[in-house]
Design a protein around this ligand. Structure first.
Ligand SMILES: [Zn+2]
Length: 332
């Protein structure tokens, strides 16, 4: 069963989280594999998408955002786009669009950053949007401070977290055909400490920024976390991982989130959304498809569900409510 574990390091400004997606991740892979037009993901793409799904879950649980957290990579290689989304109830879904062949041992740059033009976007899409309210989006490149291509998704995201939240973050991510997992360690912002009590927010922010890369406790725990291997993360249970890494630290554990309260596969597609998409195509385009094929069929990239609209359904899409015949009484 997929699970999320949160913990604190007692008395230290450091917190952590481990996610293990098993059934949720297998469901995403199985749905893709049963899609006859795409077939299953090649192993390197599955690995990337699994890491993205684990990371999106960790980031959502970390900030507790009331809306969808969408992690996207826009690639300049064979993987054109990869998307992982995590919602506040830890419902997750993911998909990738791959064009062309990729080597079996393809790494991140081979898939999405061939010409160093790939980028990663993190979008926070509020659940109950006010009129005119926009989703927040942060975009980071897939290269480091000196233009060097980054080899791991975790490095890209650590960079993003440092930029956006001004907090040191350590991420270890891994995925295969059965498990997508991640460990996140983050330094908590300094607050409530005696020397900062009553200080102005600006001073506090400054004090926090001054701590970047300098907190000894965080640095020690980060080094321990980084020693976790891909194999360990994929095969060991959470208890064993925590014991092996942090046996000298005092952990405060929260109740693990599993089952329906934990990470699970969920798709938010629906007929109304597809209808809006068809409306977006325009009436001419839609009529063209109808003339050619008899109906409009749209499949959801995330879950594979097929939506079918015949000529009558399509006519309704392009009929604004006010244009509909109000009933026989007034049709004279
Ligand atoms: Zn769907």
């Amino acid at each position: 069963m997929s699970e999320l574990h949160k913990f604190l390091f007692d008395g230290l400004p450091v917190r952590g989280m481990i996610v293990r997606l098993t059934d949720a991740w297998q469901e995403i892979l199985a749905r893709r594999a049963s899609n006859t037009s795409t077939g299953a993901y090649a192993p390197p793409v599955a690995e990337l998408l699994g890491e993205m799904t684990a990371a999106a879950t960790l980031m959502q649980a970390n900030i507790k955002f009331n809306g969808a957290l969408i992690l996207q990579i826009f690639g300049d290689g064979p993987v054109k786009v990869a998307v992982a989304e995590a919602r506040p109830d830890l419902g997750v879904r993911a998909t990738a669009k791959v064009i062309g062949e990729l080597p079996p041992d393809a790494r991140l740059p081979d898939m999405v950053n061939v010409g160093n033009k790939g980028r990663c976007a993190i979008t926070l899409d509020p659940k109950d949007k006010q009129p005119g309210q926009q989703a927040y989006q942060g975009v980071v490149p897939l290269f480091g401070d000196h233009g060097e291509k980054l080899g791991k998704l975790s490095e890209v995201l650590q960079h993003y977290m440092l930029q956006s939240e001004q907090l040191d973050t350590t991420l270890v991510l891994a995925a295969d055909a059965n498990v997508a997992a991640g460990l996140l360690i983050q330094r908590l912002p300094v607050k409530g400490e005696g020397n900062l009590e009553g200080s102005a927010p600006a001073d506090r922010d400054q004090a926090n920024e001054d701590q970047i890369g300098r907190n000894e406790d965080y640095n020690r725990i980060s080094i321990l976390a980084s020693s976790l291997t891909r194999d360990e993360l994929l095969t060991l249970d959470v208890e064993t991982i925590l014991r092996r890494l942090f046996w000298e630290e005092k952990l405060l554990r929260f109740e693990p989130q599993a089952g329906m309260l934990g990470p699970h596969f969920a798709c938010t597609c629906g007929r109304e959304r597809v209808a809006n998409m068809i409306r977006g195509l325009g009436i001419e385009e839609a009529e063209g498809i109808l003339a050619e094929r008899g109906d409009i069929e749209v499949g959801c990239d995330f879950c594979g569900k097929q939506y079918r609209f015949d000529a009558v359904d399509a006519a309704q899409i392009f009929t604004a409510p006010g244009d509909q015949m109000p009933g026989t009484a007034v049709v004279q």
